[in-house]
Design a protein around this ligand. Structure first.
Ligand code: ATR
Length: 261
């Protein structure tokens, strides 16, 4: 039986095992997928288990998407550009890091029928998933990206890679067509993002990378003001689907009950 893992910290909330185990059943693949909470010190050991064949593949989530790179033999081009790895596999004797978040985010925009060409996108946050979102937006020919993060240094570090990013102080609002919450604010029901939106904003697109809860206070606010909203569930499902394809060479079906759950 093949063995797969998602590693992160915290990891309790991860729905990846449920999704992959569902697809194993549907595709008649004899495999198991579990979650494993790690500390930075344990990464080396887990990677060595891929090397010696005890584990067949790993998904990586917060906060290890960057720090795991040190332990890998090679990166795919997209993992190298974003310096973010969410999928690990073995090819020959080499351990390769890949990134399916970029394509997962792109596909989610397509699913929501949203075209970012000629649009201004305002990103809140500068954590692990943001380099992937920026790359996807750029590949889709976004007009402008504004970004704001509580810790400004992380935002200015991103500007070193993407010089056309415009950085705003945390808490300052701006004009946008689409706003993306890529912070962890919203995971708790009491979390609020302190941004004053004009009462008149309409027909913008509020996107939250968080999918549990399904509607964060950020999305509820956007919806109440009359804007289109989406949570991170489709991005999550698509990144998992693409990881599954890398490991098993099967693109599993996204059936309706996955969307409804
Ligand atoms: P990591 O930073 O380890 O990559 P992440 O979950 O990917 O973790 O990112 C968390 C994001 O949420 C960061 O942008 C973080 O801002 P900081 O860089 O200032 O830490 C943001 N975040 C978390 N808690 C926040 C809070 N209470 N207020 C504002 N931003 C917050």
């Amino acid at each position: 039986m093949k063995k797969y893992l998602v590693i992160g910290n915290p990891i309790e909330h991860s729905l990846s095992p449920k999704l992959h185990n569902h697809w194993f059943k549907k595709s008649n693949i004899d495999a198991s997928y579990e979650k494993k909470k790690l500390n930075e010190d344990n990464i080396k050991e887990v990677i060595s288990e891929i090397k010696n064949g005890k584990i067949d593949g790993i998904n990586v989530t917060v906060p290890f998407k960057n720090s795991v790179i040190y332990f890998l033999d090679e990166l795919t081009p997209v993992a190298n550009i974003t310096k973010s790895v969410n999928t690990i596999f073995k090819k020959g004797s080499k351990i390769i890091g890949d990134n399916t978040d970029v394509e997962g985010f792109r596909k989610s925009l397509k699913y929501f029928n949203y075209d970012v060409r000629n649009k201004t996108v305002f990103i809140l946050g500068a954590g692990g998933v943001v380099p992937s979102i920026i790359l996807a937006l750029k590949e889709l020919s976004v007009s402008k990206i504004l970004l704001s993060n509580r810790t400004e240094k992380k935002a200015t570090d991103l500007k070193k890679i993407h010089s056309d990013l415009e950085i705003l102080p945390w808490g300052q609002n701006t004009d946008f067509d689409m706003i993306i919450n890529a912070t962890s604010l919203g995971l708790k029901s009491s979390d609020e993002i302190e941004l004053d939106f004009p009462k008149t904003i309409r027909n913008k697109f509020f996107y939250d990378v968080i999918y549990n809860p399904a509607k964060t206070n950020f999305l509820l606010k956007g919806e109440k003001l009359g804007n289109k909203i989406a949570n991170g569930k489709m991005m999550f499902i698509y990144q998992a689907q693409l990881a599954f394809k890398i490991w098993h060479n099967v693109l599993p079906k996204i059936d309706n009950n996955l969307l409804d759950e």
